[in-house]
Design a protein around this ligand. Structure first.
Ligand SMILES: [Zn+2]
Length: 282
């Protein structure tokens, strides 16, 4: 039974919102320095992530990595860890609180507590023209989680093994030598690269729609700390219909890394750990 609204219900609804985390106090990246450095950086490596699989990649602090669409429209699920301390991992929820529901150039992927520092900064986004569509959809979200076999089983039964969660788990296990059971807890909520998502205005439900990505589009990052990454080429393909099955057409994703000239990045330092003293008042 819904409760009756109070007499001043409309007045309470009319209160204007306040931005929780005004971005002007966030440490700002020196994008001009990054772009000048990137212009002279040299390609160091490339990895092709097969459809419905994931692959790991390493990027030292101060280097760049680019995720590109090749062959056909495809969404990717990205995890990041500190290269030597997997407990420091990407924190999707706090990144969303700091920057909003979708990321683009100049925004950052932040790490988990107690570290809370920038892991990577977006330096180029060929889909930045998309903005917000009339459904409230936008690209590169930090509102989704990652498709996984548990939710798939809950909703439809069955045993599907190529959801992004399982792909990322296998890739991390293969990269580190951990067992699947050891690796799985390190897999975390993702940056949904190229995915077009939002919340319906009337019911607030999470939606996806065909990604506007096309071969040649890319999202490029500057690594703020030494990174281990894993990228899954989602079984949803462009996520226009369904995921958690082999039904959607799927394509590879290309990861390239770029090394800066040794004389570049003057004045830049890898961000320090968060300075909260950790005492929690005791
Ligand atoms: Zn997925």
């Amino acid at each position: 039974m819904p409760f009756d609204p109070p007499a001043d219900a409309e007045a309470r609804r009319a209160v204007a919102p306040v931005i929780c985390y005004p971005p002007d106090t966030l440490p700002a990246p020196d994008l001009a320095l990054y772009l000048a450095t990137r212009a002279r950086a040299i390609k160091a490596a490339e990895i092709l992530v097969p459809p419905r699989e994931a692959a790991c990649f390493s990027v030292p602090a101060g280097h760049f990595f680019r995720i590109s669409s090749v062959e056909g429209p495809q969404v990717g699920d990205l995890n990041l860890w500190h290269a030597s301390t997997l407990d420091e991992r990407f924190y999707s929820g706090k990144t969303r609180a700091l920057h909003g529901t979708h990321l683009t150039t100049g925004q950052r992927m932040w790490s988990s507590f107690p570290h809370l520092r920038p892991m990577a900064t977006i330096v180029a986004d060929t889909l930045d023209w998309y903005g917000k569509d009339r459904f409230g959809g936008s690209v590169h979200d930090v509102i989704g989680t990652r498709c996984d076999p548990y939710t798939g089983n809950l909703l439809a039964g069955g045993q599907y093994h190529h959801c992004c969660h399982s792909n990322l788990t296998r890739a991390l296990a293969d990269q580190t030598g951990m067992s699947l059971a050891e690796a799985e807890p390190y897999v975390h909520d993702v940056l949904n690269v190229f995915m077009c998502t939002g919340f319906t205005r009337d019911t607030g439900q999470y939606f996806m729609k065909a990604s506007p990505v096309r071969p040649g589009d890319y999202l490029e990052f500057f690594a703020e700390i030494d990174l281990l990454g894993a990228l899954s080429a989602c079984p949803g393909g462009d996520c226009s219909t369904e995921h958690s099955s082999d039904a959607a057409p799927c394509y590879p994703l290309l990861i390239e890394t770029f090394a800066p000239d040794a004389t570049e990045l003057n004045g830049w330092q890898s961000p320090a750990l968060n300075r909260y003293d950790g005492s929690h008042g005791r």
